[in-house]
Design a protein around this ligand. Structure first.
Ligand SMILES: NC(=O)C1=CN([C@@H]2O[C@H](COP(=O)(O)OP(=O)(O)OC[C@H]3O[C@@H](n4cnc5c(N)ncnc54)[C@H](O)[C@@H]3O)[C@@H](O)[C@H]2O)C=CC1
Ligand SMILES: O=C(O)C(=O)COP(=O)(O)O
Length: 626
């Protein structure tokens, strides 16, 4: 057996790794073309091959849920239609969104489930839709038993969803990022103005029979400085409106574009400047480990005495105890809060009961218009994801624009098949640690997004040797978890960049092969392929050039190059009624060694394979499922 002699060092491969362009959802991409589906469905491994065999599309279409398991016993969808996926809607969703969902799926609207009930139901569901009131933790993904493919957050903030656990379980998380922006911004302005003029307190006083005109003298907004923390969608809409009220608006956001701020007439400043100069501070950043308790004792200590705080973001971005202290000391004159660390807050929550605090029960997104919009936005995203399309609002998967997807479609198939072939050539299979992928292309490196291809190669490499279902969501995680290091290299070709990729090569280093001829001169198992007329072809195995279309299954034989070999193998297959779709012989020199690649439509029996092995000139051979 040829001893692998790897020459690709990890350092060299890492140095050559392509730097991926991160595609941000700045412009909402068009829906993915229906021909390109992504395999979001987790499925028992036993079904995997059968399912894949049926797939003509580049990546697996999400098959409908098995009929027997679609109906939840206590679900309103007890008239569930067999074969349709089941969507659990765990919080109130607008009617238009529900109608869309019902056209496509069995919809179980079960509001106010306890965590135990949610865990009990989730293994019967393909998708789950929540708002901010449902915690979707690791326990939920574990309880789903691999069936849950999509979590839809009918709103923006996804801090109630454990994204790491979702990713590890190959579950896509989508949100509805745009439909409630204006509602949240309007609520921020409502709180700002209501707080400045003591509307809530004065209303309560008058209703209690009092007439306290002197007690409720407010403060004016015009000419005051408003600092917006988090200059994203909501923050910028608040800024526009505050400018209309005559306020001087500044913003702090480490990731915001200065151009966008300039266009709205807002100055981007440091956190320090925002803290020290603002009369009003309005919070619009997401709750993340970095923003958790961002307004704490230290931050309040820097603020101008008498500052007023508005929070329509998340309760957790404020240290609530610190805010109580700042209110009591007079550093903060007033606060207006829509969100709380714990929702609903405890009955004795000091902020809720504080006389200088105006509160609402997380109403930022609660307008008729926003809720209809959010419901439609999330229903479309969840349906698309269940169909296997890449969602524009995917939170834990790369977003690849539709035009890139359609261009890469045949290469996506090629990538998975090369991964699948390469791993089947490894003797033993399990000990893969180092995989190098080379893309030869005339495209500039930043004009070729290879994340999808890398994910599909990973899928091809890992699925045949494990029970893990790999998709675009969990590919990188799965490779890392299994200790497989995938490095990518680009070969820049001269010529027309019209075709995105000339060839893809997959190499596995530091392993032995059950078909030693697959090991190249440099010591790695090497397979290389191209797309010809839209069809993926295997064009190189080890050092041997071949040309066989990657459909059905493949037999690779190494033989002494001599007349009659094709006939001998062909007649063994013919006797067993195995149809040969393709044959190609690659040789180093005439009458020396050659590798024959034979594409077959049916899987040959063990007996047939034994007969091929017994042909005297055949030195080694391997049967590979594509
Ligand atoms: N009260 C309610 O009902 C609603 C609340 N929200 C909350 O508002 C948040 C913002 O929503 P969008 O504007 O739609 O999101 P967005 O993603 O468009 O904007 C968030 C902005 O915060 C910035 N940011 C991140 N870390 C920061 C930091 N450390 N300091 C300053 N800025 C930081 C980001 O760069 C981004 O520009 C959501 O995450 C959600 O929690 C959103 C809608 C309704
Ligand atoms: O969209 C958001 O982030 C919100 O906070 C809105 O939450 P809700 O859907 O009203 O529970």
């Amino acid at each position: 057996m040829a001893a692998p002699s790897p020459t690709t060092t990890a350092a060299a491969a890492a140095a050559a790794t392509t730097h991926h362009r991160v595609l941000l959802p700045s412009a909402r991409p068009r829906a993915a073309p229906s021909s390109l589906r992504l395999p979001l469905r987790a499925q028992p491994h036993a079904h995997a091959h059968a399912q894949r065999a049926r797939l003509a599309a580049p990546v697996a279409a999400a098959a409908p849920a098995p009929a027997a398991s679609t109906a939840s016993p206590e679900s309103p969808a007890s008239g569930a239609v067999a074969g349709k996926p089941t969507v659990l809607v765990a919080e109130k969703l607008g009617a238009a969104g529900l109608a869309l969902l019902r056209e496509f799926a069995n919809v179980d609207c079960s509001y106010g489930l306890s965590p135990e009930d949610l865990r009990a139901k989730i293994s019967l569901c393909d998708a789950l839709i929540v708002r901010s009131g449902t915690k979707v933790g690791r326990d939920v993904f574990e309880a789903s038993g691999g069936r849950l493919r999509v979590v839809g957050r009918a709103g923006v903030g996804i801090d109630n969803v454990d994204l790491a656990a979702a990713t590890e379980h190959g579950c896509l998380v989508v949100n509805a990022p745009t439909a409630n922006t204006v509602a949240a911004a309007e609520h921020g302005i409502a709180l700002l103005t209501a707080m400045a003029r003591n509307i809530a307190q004065a209303d309560a006083s008058l209703k209690a029979g009092k007439w306290q005109r002197n007690k409720y003298v407010g403060v004016s907004l015009v000419g005051k400085t408003l600092a917006i923390l988090g200059f994203g969608k909501v923050g910028s809409e608040v800024a526009r409106r505050a400018k209309g009220l005559g306020m001087h608006v500044i913003a702090h956001d480490p990731y915001a574009s200065a151009d966008r701020a300039r266009a709205i007439g807002v100055e981007l400043v440091s956190m320090e400047e925002a803290m020290t100069t603002a009369d009003f501070i309005s919070l619009h950043m997401p709750l993340t480990p970095a923003t958790d308790k961002m307004l704490n004792d230290e931050a309040f200590a820097k603020m101008k005495k008498g500052v007023r705080i508005i929070n329509v973001a998340r309760g957790g971005v404020i240290d609530e105890e610190a805010l109580v202290r700042a209110l009591d000391s007079g550093v903060v004159a007033q606060a207006a809060l829509d969100v709380f660390t714990k929702e609903p807050p405890a009955a004795d929550n000091k902020l809720v009961l504080h006389g200088n605090v105006t509160v609402t029960p997380h109403l930022g997104a609660s307008t008729v218009e926003a809720q209809e919009g959010v419901a439609i936005e999330i229903a479309e995203a969840v349906i698309g994801a269940l169909k296997g399309e890449l969602a524009a609002s995917a939170v834990n998967a790369p977003m690849v624009p539709a035009e890139v997807l359609s261009e890469l479609a045949p290469f996506v198939v090629l990538a998975e098949k090369l991964g699948r072939l390469a791993v089947q050539l490894v003797a033993g299979g399990g000990g893969i640690k180092s995989v190098k992928v080379t893309y030869a292309s005339a495209r500039a490196p930043d004009d070729l997004d290879t994340r999808l291809l890398r994910a599909m190669i990973t899928k091809g490499l890992i699925e045949p040797i494990s029970s893990v279902f790999v998709n675009l969501v969990n590919a990188d995680f799965t490779a890392k978890q299994r200790g497989v290091r995938i490095t990518e290299e680009r070969i820049l070709l001269d010529g027309s960049p019209e075709t995105p990729i000339d060839y893809i090569q997959v190499q596995i280093a530091n392993v032995e092969s059950k078909f030693p001829s697959a090991i190249s001169e440099t010591g790695e198992i090497t397979v290389e392929g191209r797309v010809k007329d839209g069809v993926p072809h295997l064009t190189k195995v080890g050092a041997f050039q071949v040309d066989v279309s990657l459909e059905g299954s493949l037999i690779l034989c190494r033989q002494v190059d001599q007349p009659g070999m094709i006939g001998s193998v062909g007649s063994v297959l013919g006797e067993e009624n195995v149809n040969v779709s393709f044959m190609s012989v690659g040789r180093i020199a005439p009458r020396k060694h050659a590798v024959m690649a034979i594409g077959v439509d049916e899987e040959p029996s063990k007996g047939t394979l034994t007969k091929i092995g017994e042909i005297p000139a055949i030195e080694e051979f391997v049967f590979l499922k594509l």
